[in-house]
Design a protein around this ligand. Sequence first.
Ligand SMILES: *Cc1c(COP(=O)(O)O)cnc(C)c1O
Length: 386
Amino acid sequence: MSNFKNTETALIHGGISIDERTGAVNIPIYQTSTYKQDGLGKMRGYEYSRTGNPTREALEALIAELEGGVAGFAFGSGMAALTAVLSLLHSGDRVLISSNVYGGTFRLLSKVFDHFDITYTIADTTDLAVYESQISFDVKAVIIESPANPLMTVTDIKAVAEVSHRHGLLVIVDNTFMTPYLQKPLELGADIVVHSATKYLGGHSDVVSGLAVVNSQELAEKIAFIQNSTGGVLGPFDSFLLIRGIKTLAVRMDRHVSNAEKAAKYLSEHKAVKNVYYPGLESSQGYEINRRQAKNGGAMISFELHENYDINIFFESLELVSLAESLGGVESLVCHPASMTHASIPADIRRKVGITDGLIRLSIGIENIEDILADIEKAIAKSERK
Ligand SMILES: *Cc1c(COP(=O)(O)O)cnc(C)c1O
């Protein structure tokens, strides 16, 4: 649990924020692989940096405090964090995943864990009765994203956690899109939170990293063992960059969200736009649920243009907003889920879950919103088929 009442303060002072030896207000980058021992069995708390590193530990304590968990773990990427968490499962086990998840999560289950006879089912986490009917005897865990990537589908985390726990499932929430500043899944009943910290937590598109936080001592011991055994740890310099990024999360997020709310309103009133997916719009699918479980709708927006607009020309005409994978950095990014972030999902499944070839996903940055919208407006105008 956090020592601070308000997340804005915990972001800066949480975890281990002062170097005990020198008083430095930033934890030094302990760029070392090993530690001198004073004698056989006489360690000074550290023996080898895969097992433990003070810079990584400061980050791990920070994310545990921010998510309200028992322990945190830092990995070399979001996928490495998910791999460690899924390594809790055994052959014969099945995982439920919400119908739009990050393409890499789908690929990890369908193409890697599949080799170990750990299978998956795409579940409807937005309908509790349908969801419960999908829990067969072999289902041991569920992975939820809310809002989910890329259609921003909202899942009632508390309700799904309750149903899941009745059947003994481990509830895993990928909180990448929201961050603990906007949503705290462990408080809503999740057992494990994972992050691609590459995104909002790092916040500057300069580090690839992943985090996991667990809600019990038992899970903490298991994940610590897996982290040390499988070895996908985050290095000291990247741990430092992440701590530095997290300090400004609240101010960045506030601007990301106020920009996104304006962009969503602009898009939803635009004659060229067919659909807008943003949980902060009152007309959106999960608006009420999202309002209950999160601070606001976040800063990710997806939309579709009408058929008389050419999306290739739209993407090529953007100048300020960059066509790129990833999200959550200070700069605005746009992507085409069907051919980029979700290309690893087969076309028939993509169509079934609503990821159309015309879908455009925006990560709204913290630039001046008038500049962002002017860039989008110009690209829409150029892409109209005459
Ligand atoms: C990017 C992303 C991941 C994967 O994280 P990496 O850091 O790229 O390995 C997982 N989940 C979501 C929601 C993501 O956006």
